[in-house]
Design a protein around this ligand. Structure first.
Ligand code: PHE
Length: 497
């Protein structure tokens, strides 16, 4: 008896090894195992090409419930016969006391086992006509039950007609050795591991084939990351204020658009490898609007538009270097240049919210990448008052009413202001962002009209998100340490407006 699948598979292999052409039906009775279990083992060995299994369909006879009760207790006619005492019995009596008496009585009469005296005193009387009988029906059925198929055609027809047997189809398999036949079952690996590749064992290893019919694990539904929830809120505010979103889908930018076009000197420390990630392949960008590039070079090295410039060498090679953009102001710059190329200037309000990269040491509040939110307004005659007004309006929509400004420095804006807001929870002013009016050295080489001013401001998306979701270490918000449960559990973002 095989009690587990491995034993059973082993037994099947042994059987095939000693006699090819063995049939699963015979094997099942030899091993005293349910035929279906043997078939299960055969199927798995077949899928590994250990054996080849050829299907055979056999017909066989099986007893019906009535047939089974006859095999156990005798046919109805025999029961009638044995119920008749030697002195005889009233027909009415025997019909009451023996089950299935009607069939039994007529069969017993047909067989000549009993006789009936219809004129007897007190009603028809039954007596035996012979001393002993052979219950062939019971014997036949017993043999069928033992799996023997030696009934005569007449017996078969009779049993079938009396619904004592039914014909069954039995599918079994004739087994032969397969291509990979072996007495030992090799464990099939499910995964190719780095170790197998390193020590070369993958070459001799057998791998479980993919089961493309397997049902997959139902995916759990997706969740929006807190940063994206807050981003959606900011986007909504910009849209309400009539701003258009800028295309920010280029993480890689040339130094030209990221720095030079912004009048950021080539010697500026922010352009140093310590702050900027340089791309090694392709190392350089080579498509620039060359006339504009020449004007940028001139304003840096010689000055112009009423500015004396930086008065030092400006190298094309430096401007061509590819980097991971350090701010989304690079995108604003491209958009302003595009705007300047239009025949007639039209005022615009642009915004962007996307990722930027800085080569910083990571700590609780800094990562090497973060998201910037940036707003840009270009119009004729804009003043610092417009900038302060629009920033106030913007933060008011975020629920921050008390805003103050502090003079600051950016190479590309003049004046520049840091933005502070009163944080109710912390009970103090916190820095919210940076802002300014773009310098003429940046705007005029683009070709924008002289009376057009561009005001802009920028802030990080991470800071308000951390405040909103009470996260005090930025590394738990983005990066490998993120706890997905935090993402699943955080509610949608509703800024208290
Ligand atoms: N680019 C600035 C930064 O990276 C933000 C800024 C945008 C400042 C626009 C002024 C104007 O911090």
């Amino acid at each position: 008896m095989c009690d587990n699948m491995a034993d059973l598979s082993g037994a099947v292999l042994e059987a095939v090894n000693s006699s090819e052409g063995v049939d699963t039906k015979d094997l099942a009775s030899q091993l005293s195992v349910d035929h279906q279990k043997v078939v299960g083992a055969v199927k798995s060995l077949q899928s590994l090409n250990y054996i080849v299994a050829e299907q055979c369909v056999d017909k066989c006879w099986q007893l019906t419930d009535e047939g089974k009760s006859i095999a156990d207790g005798g046919s109805h006619e025999a029961r009638i016969f044995y119920a008749v005492p030697s002195e005889g019995i009233a027909q009415a009596e025997i019909m009451k006391s023996v089950p299935n008496a009607k069939v039994g009585f007529s069969k017993a009469m047909q067989n000549g086992w009993i006789q009936i005296d219809k004129k007897a005193e007190g009603g028809p009387k039954v007596t035996k006509k012979t001393e002993s009988i052979t219950d062939t029906v019971q014997e036949c059925l017993k043999r069928v039950n033992q799996g023997k198929d030696d009934m005569t055609d007449a017996q078969k027809a009779e049993c079938k007609k009396r619904k004592l047997i039914t014909e069954m189809k039995l599918t079994s398999y004739r087994l032969k050795k397969g291509e990979n036949f072996s007495l030992k079952i090799m464990k099939q690996e499910v995964d190719l591991t780095p170790e197998m590749i390193q020590n070369g064992t993958w070459k001799d290893q057998s791998f479980k084939p993919f089961n493309f019919d397997a049902l997959g694990v139902p995916p759990t539904c997706g969740h929006v990351h807190p940063l994206l929830k807050v981003r959606a809120e900011y986007r909504q505010i910009f849209l309400e204020m009539g701003f258009t979103e800028m295309p920010t889908n280029n993480f890689i930018e040339s130094c030209f658009w990221n720095f030079d076009a912004l009048f950021q000197p080539q010697q500026h420390p922010a352009r140093d490898a310590h702050d900027t990630f340089f791309v090694s392949d392709p190392q350089y960008a080579d498509e620039f609007p060359m006339d504009y590039l020449a004007r940028v070079k001139k304003v840096h090295s010689e000055g112009g538009y009423g500015s004396q410039g930086y008065n030092c060498d400006w190298k094309l090679e430096e401007a061509k270097k590819n980097i991971l953009r350090t701010h989304t102001t690079a995108v604003s710059t491209r958009m302003l240049y595009k705007l300047a190329q239009q025949e007639e200037f039209k005022p615009v309000k642009y915004f962007s919210i996307d990722r930027v990269f800085r080569n910083e040491a990571t700590d609780a509040t800094h990562l090497a990448e973060f998201h910037q939110i940036e707003g840009v307004v270009a119009d004729r005659g804009l003043t610092l008052g417009d900038l302060m007004g629009i920033i106030k309006e913007f933060f008011k929509k975020l629920g921050i009413e008390e805003i103050s400004f502090k003079p600051a420095y950016n190479p590309y804006t003049e004046p520049s202001m840091e933005i502070f807001g009163y944080h109710e929870g912390l009970q103090k002013l916190v820095e919210l962002g940076n802002s300014g009016i773009f310098r003429p050295e940046m705007l005029l080489p683009m070709g924008l009209p002289e009376d057009v001013s561009v005001i802009a401001w920028g802030l990080s998306l991470e800071r308000p998100t951390m405040i909103k979701y009470k996260i005090d270490d930025i590394r738990t918000l983005i990066g490998p340490k993120v706890d997905l449960q935090m993402v699943y559990d955080n509610p949608i973002c509703r800024l208290d407006k």
